[in-house]
Design a protein. Structure first.
Length: 624
């Protein structure tokens, strides 16, 4: 199997910048204010014709007629006053439209005037083409044109200022690639780049595994999707972990929601980023372009059903070993959101369905939790380990917040993200019960027996090891002013409801340090990337150990590799014991986590796996 692994590729590390110095930066990354656009269009609602393109400018070879109208204006927008909609157009462009709905006296449908101003940005600039940098400009244009649609000179001026150059295709920006983090990053090559790959757990796993913010002068722009990361964690609570695991398995994930869709589009982007494969793993994983990232499709609707059907057929051909598919991404996993409920009904088009309930009313203090199904009708819950991990994550993020005055209310930083309104849920521990799998009888029996047999010492030791592993995922990320602070927020508790909301931590951060870096957002991405590295590096060691213990000769290795590539062979199975599962940060008592490990082994190593559960033996008899 060694022949199927990457080799000779130098790894890249990310340097965590000093908040007070830029001396460690090896590359000075300069981003344009706005990426060039290949299309600009104005869509208007006509009572007889529906949504129509009334003005457009496009680059050569870009077709928007009969397509962007439906992508830019998903169902249900008539119920909101404004929105920002992201979508993917023909696989080569990211689209962004600014929608506005205003009352009018004309005899228009619903006594309202509804328009959208949109752009297409080449995907060579990243998974969303940094289209969010056009958000404020499009909102300003829409606000003016909804009052007077004859002011097309404003559109022409915007097109002239931002259209792509004819000198050649746009060059991707260094800091935003399909495998990069949400923030602009500074790359530095490690000193041991020419050294052979190290085995075991001494691999280079720097702060690069998550994301590094750029030097202080490079800030996330106001509409960057990463600003909604704290809202994402608040929205899903411990459910974020089974969703993240489905994303790691490159499943097809559909989020069914209601308008407005801007924040849900941000969630699509962020979940795609959180499930990235860190660069530090590239040299230890078999080369497979279909597992490098989860495709974000952003907003989709009924007009995308033919595409989703074709993609499903491509996925089946890929499973059968047909590698004659030209499109590297065809048939691979994706994540998207929709306001068309009919897509949620077509359960052959997706693997996991996430249903976002409508925003709670002003008389309600809490929003109901999202419902996660995989497959349809089978609810997915977080494990007991996920609950402990989520609480540890909240406590760890609290330690990143600099000391300072608490905000008046737990709201997001509207100065940074003026378009996003968060529905903050005050997460008392009791509210998580409906999201979490109940404690299994085996776990209950084991805990009781180990407490009786060792006077609690064994359980305390296991708890300390678990806490240490969780803490390591956020190690070295503390804010300088929080390291010696005696008044920093402590772990979330029921006595401190404000600290229970992760979004409130971001608000507290902004109140204490309005000009500070997006440290909480950085830490969230770093946390999940390190968790990914932790799981896959352990599995890589196990697979490598099996190959070394039972080596194949050169001819057998070549034959097995060729058979694997043609889909005609089942590779050697591996056994994963409960200690490895525990070290991966998973629940040794959960059947769903065991299935997840088997899925990881199959997806990333093309192997089958047997998971050995945890239990107790008394006089040679297994009792649980």
């Amino acid at each position: 199997m060694a022949s199927l692994r990457r080799g000779g590729r130098p790894s890249l590390s990310f340097t965590m910048p000093n908040s007070t110095s830029n001396s460690n930066s090896n590359v000075n990354v300069t981003l344009p204010e706005r990426p060039p656009i290949d299309s600009l269009f104005l869509i208007d609602f006509d009572v007889k014709k529906g949504y129509t393109i009334v003005w457009k400018r496009t680059a050569d070879g870009v077709d928007v007629d009969g397509r962007v109208e439906y992508k830019s204006l998903p169902s249900g927008l008539h119920t909101v006053t404004d929105d920002l909609i992201y979508f993917v157009h023909d696989g080569a462009h990211a689209g962004l439209s600014a929608f506005i709905n205003t009352p009018c006296d004309e005899e228009d449908a619903r006594n309202a005037r509804m328009i959208a101003v949109g752009v297409l940005v080449p995907l060579s600039f990243g998974r969303l083409g940094r289209a969010w940098r056009h958000a404020q400009g499009l909102k300003d244009l829409a606000a003016k044109l909804v009052k007077d649609r004859t002011q097309t000179s404003l559109l022409q001026a915007y097109w002239d200022d931002n259209k792509a150059s004819k000198d050649g295709p746009p060059q991707p920006t260094f800091g935003e690639t399909p495998l990069s983090t949400p923030a602009v990053v500074a790359f530095s090559e490690p000193a041991d780049r020419d050294q052979p790959k190290r085995k075991g757990h001494n691999r280079n796993r720097s702060a690069s595994d998550g994301a590094s913010l750029a030097p202080p002068e490079h800030k996330l722009s106001p509409f960057h999707p990463a600003w909604s990361l704290t809202s994402l964690l608040d929205k899903f609570g411990p459910l974020i972990f089974p969703i993240y695991r489905a994303a790691l398995l490159r499943q097809r994930i559909l989020i069914s929601c209601h308008a407005p869709v801007h924040e849900i589009c941000d969630y699509v982007y962020n979940l795609s980023v959180l499930s990235n494969i860190p660069l530090s793993l590239f040299n230890i994983l078999p080369e497979n372009p279909h597992t490098q990232r989860l495709r974000p499709l952003f907003t989709i609707g009924v007009h995308d059903i033919p595409f989703l059907t074709e993609d499903y057929e491509a996925a089946k051909r890929r499973e059968q070993g047909d590698l004659a598919i030209d499109d590297d991404e065809a048939g691979s996993g994706w994540i998207a959101c929709t306001t068309d409920s009919i897509l949620a009904m077509k359960d052959t088009l997706w693997d996991m369905l996430i249903t976002i309930p409508p925003d709670h009313t002003t008389n309600s203090k809490e929003s109901p939790w999202p419902v996660v199904e995989c497959p349809r009708g089978i609810p997915i819950k977080a494990t007991q380990r996920d609950l402990r991990r989520f609480n540890a994550l909240r406590a760890g993020l609290a330690r990143l917040v600099p000391s300072g005055p608490a905000p008046d209310s737990p709201v997001s930083d509207h100065a940074r993200r003026p378009s996003t309104s968060h529905s903050i849920k005050q997460n008392a521990d009791d509210s998580f019960e409906q999201l979490v799998e109940p404690l299994t009888w085996s776990a209950f029996a084991y805990n009781g027996y180990m407490w009786w047999a060792s006077a609690g010492e064994q359980l305390r030791s296991e708890e300390q090891e678990e806490s240490a592993r969780d803490a390591a995922l956020l190690a070295d990320l503390e804010h300088p002013s929080a390291q010696n602070s005696m008044s920093m927020p402590g772990p979330a508790s029921r006595a401190d409801p404000l600290a229970d909301s992760i979004s409130s931590l971001a608000a507290r951060r902004n109140a204490a340090d309005p000009e500070g870096e997006a440290r909480i957002e950085l830490a969230v991405v770093t946390y999940f990337h390190r968790l990914t590295a932790q799981m896959l590096s352990i599995l890589s060691d196990i697979v490598e150990g099996v190959d070394e213990a039972y080596p194949l000769d050169e001819s057998e290795g070549d034959e097995e590799g060729d058979a694997l590539l043609s889909g005609q062979s089942t590779p050697r199975a591996i056994t994963i014991d409960n200690r490895a599962v525990d070290s991966m940060g998973l629940d040794v008592w959960s059947a769903s986590d065991a299935a997840f490990v088997q899925g990881l082994v199959r997806t990333y190593f093309d192997r089958t796996a047997k998971i050995e559960g945890k239990g107790i033996e008394v006089c040679g008899v297994r009792v649980c």
